[in-house]
Design a protein around this ligand. Structure first.
Ligand code: KG4
Ligand code: ZN
Length: 356
């Protein structure tokens, strides 16, 4: 899939990712070969607050960015002189956090006279699949599910994409995190729910499957989240012990049923035989298991990245940036953070070719 490149084929792209609570820098060669991928997670710092504290996150990025950059260059055995372009996530995310990565990227681009490439963080998640699967063929439909977004994309062979479904309220990962908090499982909630669900019965509580039967590709997770919270409050009022594993497993199954139902419907609607999964929630064991068996049943090829490339990292930003680089889509040095950047918006921006 990645063969339609130009003379920029062997270029090294430096990727920078600071949209939330991971300070990450990577060097990727020719779009697909990871030379280094350094991720410094702030999870232990935010854990005691039960979630990401934006002010703390941006301060940590400021403290860490130069160290992480140095490490990424060292691991790749290169210097800034070898870098052909700098790609940086410019949204969606926390504004203060995004600005740290953007400022670092601008400084490098300006000092070295190399192109600056603003990349949508969500699109980066989609490209993580290219890093992991060399032989992935397009067109495909892609379910991208994270703490901040839940979208279905149709990705054409020339890498252009259309958003064909989105959440109307909470993202799937956000629902995982909030339910985990109510169950006292801590932060980040998704992996904890995944873990405790292994000991639970997913059929024990019949939570709603929002919008599953509606004839569209959109999602809504806020009602499901409220149903779980109400269930927990009812049990607490009755002074009953919480069957945490059963509640977690039943909630997780409801989310997975909706995600699997919608993405397979999208494949059918678009008549494609490739399904891609991306974003932090794509590491969910039940989602991978159920989607795999549903895709097998329907004769669809399913791709998802290894867990290390599902969660936030800079290799995915460098990979997406590389394809913008070969297409001549650059950003100017006035690139700004767009905390609420949607995929529809970034598709429009990327249609406009720019100059380095
Ligand atoms: O992509 P990501 O690292 O950051 C965002 O762009 O949001 O995704 C983080 C989200 C969090 O909501 C986290 O709870 C969820 O992904 N997550 C999971 C799992 N691992 C991470 N959700 C369900 N199951 C998992 N195994
Ligand atoms: Zn993400």
């Amino acid at each position: 899939m990645a063969s339609s490149t130009s003379c920029k084929e062997n270029s090294l792209v430096l990727g920078i990712e600071t949209s939330c609570d991971e300070t990450a820098v990577a060097v990727v060669e020719a779009g697909l070969k990871i030379r280094s991928n350094v991720v410094s997670s702030q999870i232990p710092i935010h854990q005691r607050f039960g979630g990401v504290v934006p002010e703390v996150a941006s301060r940590q990025h400021v403290k860490l960015i130069v160290r992480v950059l140095d490490q990424a260059l060292r691991d790749a055995d290169v210097t800034l002189d070898d870098i052909s372009a700098v790609a940086v996530a410019y949204g969606p995310g926390l504004v203060g956090s995004l600005l740290v990565g953007i400022s670092a990227a601008k400084a490098i681009a300006l000092a070295r006279g190399v192109p600056l490439i603003g990349v949508s963080h969500v699109l980066g998640h989609v490209y993580a699949n290219l890093l992991a699967h060399e032989h992935l063929t397009l067109p495909a439909v892609c379910l991208t599910v994270s703490g901040g977004h839940t979208d279905i994309l149709y990705v054409a062979p020339d890498h252009t994409y259309t958003v064909i479904g989105s959440t109307r309220d909470d993202a799937a990962g956000e629902a995982f995190d909030k339910v985990a908090r109510v169950l006292g499982l801590g932060y980040p909630g998704g992996p904890r729910i995944d873990e405790v669900s292994r000991n639970g019965n997913p059929k024990s509580i019949e939570f709603p499957r929002p919008m599953l039967d509606e004839d569209n590709l959109d999602f809504s997770f806020s009602g499901l989240k409220t149903a779980v919270i109400n269930h927990v409050h009812r049990l607490r009022q009755l002074d009953q012990e919480l069957p945490i594993s059963d509640i977690a497993a039943s909630f997780q199954q409801a989310v997975v049923d909706v995600l699997v139902g919608k993405i397979t419907r999208a494949a059918e609607a678009k008549q494609v035989s490739t399904v891609i999964l991306s974003g932090g929630v794509a590491s969910n064991t039940q989602l991978r298991r159920d989607l795999k068996s549903e895709c097998e049943r329907r004769g669809l090829a399913l791709y998802y990245p290894p867990p290390s490339l599902c969660t936030d990292n800079a290799a995915m930003i460098a990979c997406a940036g590389y394809f913008q680089y070969v297409a001549g889509r650059f950003s100017s040095l006035s690139l700004d953070a767009v905390p609420g950047l949607t995929l529809r918006e970034s598709a429009m921006k990327e249609e406009r070719p720019g100059k380095p």
